[in-house]
Design a protein around this ligand. Structure first.
Ligand SMILES: Cc1ncc(COP(=O)(O)O)c(C=O)c1O
Length: 314
């Protein structure tokens, strides 16, 4: 067997991507004719699928001069993208400033700070929108001092998945692949992977996952009807969109830990819930198939706070 995990790398940035795929056996026991695969994006150095777009946004901006070493990268995320900016900012010698509401969990503040990231607090009553507004105000006041990646409108976001995640899925599963399932947050994963997979001859169904309700506990995912739709989103890309309840996403995340040894976050639970329902359809139709979905991050990122009703900001 080719040993890829013991590669010698020059920098942590070279450890991004080439994540393994693991086949689900226990939770997919009832669909024996359909393969259900998960791509372990939590194996990236910053612990999530957001490492790929964060690194690509930084590298593309360094390449064309939008980002220089005398600028500070500023954004309004306390979640996975913020962790990724912090990791690669430290590795590449770029200052990072994150704007987050002052009520985000201590763990999130501590993770960002441990990489040397500066945190600016926004009004807790204004939630993540307040953080976005404050980040934009900082940039408007001193435009030459900052690089603002704006992952919702930055094409480097989906291109990271087109050149990375999607290509790697094709290399691993090739012509067997029948379905790709991924959640919609910034929509970068869905846009980039689907565009890559649809270039392959033969049809791949691309299924998007979104929270069933506007008020939900599937961190990282967006309920599009009640949200600002990201500029990089193209509604013609997914073949269909499947709503998932918070409970179904959380229950599946629990099952993945207990039955597969995969302790993942709730958006990953939602992805697998939909991947299994797609697999059940294929099994009932007697077609067989090969479904792949994304495990976005690890479950230990969500230990505090534990009640999703509190609507904390990720
Ligand atoms: C945990 C988690 N799941 C899913 C997503 C959605 O991925 P994308 O932004 O590529 O749509 C994100 C994005 O922030 C995330 O942090």
């Amino acid at each position: 067997m080719r040993v890829t995990r013991s590669r010698r790398l020059e920098s942590v940035i070279d450890a991004v991507g080439n994540t393994p795929l693991v086949r689900l056996r226990a939770v997919a026991r009832h669909v024996p004719d359909v393969e259900v695969w998960t791509k372990l994006e939590f194996a990236n150095p910053g612990g999530s699928v957001k490492d790929r777009p964060a690194l690509r946004m930084i590298l593309d901006a360094l390449a064309d001069g939008r980002l220089t070493r005398d600028k500070t990268l500023v954004d309004s995320t306390s979640g996975n993208t913020g962790v990724a900016y912090s990791v690669f900012g430290a590795a590449l010698g770029i200052r990072v400033k994150l704007v987050m509401p002052s009520n985000v969990s201590q763990a999130r503040k501590d993770i960002a700070r441990s990489f040397g990231t500066e945190i600016v607090y926004s009004d807790p009553m204004e939630g993540s929108d307040g953080a976005i507004v404050l980040a934009r105000e900082l940039v408007a006041k001193e435009p030459d001092a900052y690089f603002y990646p704006d992952q919702y409108s930055n094409p480097s976001n989906w291109r990271a998945h087109y050149d990375g995640t999607g290509r790697e899925i094709l290399e691993a599963l090739g012509d067997r692949l029948t379905h790709f399932v991924a959640g919609l947050g910034t929509t970068g994963t869905m846009m980039g992977c689907s565009r890559r997979l649809k270039e392959r001859p033969g049809s791949v169904q691309c299924v998007a996952v979104e929270p069933a309700d506007a008020l939900h506990g599937l961190e990282g995912l967006k309920h599009l009807a009640s949200s600002l739709v990201p500029a990089i989103y193209d509604s013609s890309v997914p073949d269909r969109i499947v709503p998932v309840s918070t409970e179904d996403g959380w229950d599946m995340a629990d099952r993945l830990a207990r039955e597969e040894g995969l302790h993942v976050g709730h958006s990953s639970g939602a992805n697998v819930f939909v991947a299994l329902s797609v697999a059940e359809e294929a099994q009932r139709a007697g077609r067989g198939g090969c479904v792949v979905t994304i495990l976005c991050d690890r479950g230990d990122r969500y230990f505090a706070p534990t009640r999703w009703e509190r609507q904390y900001v990720w």
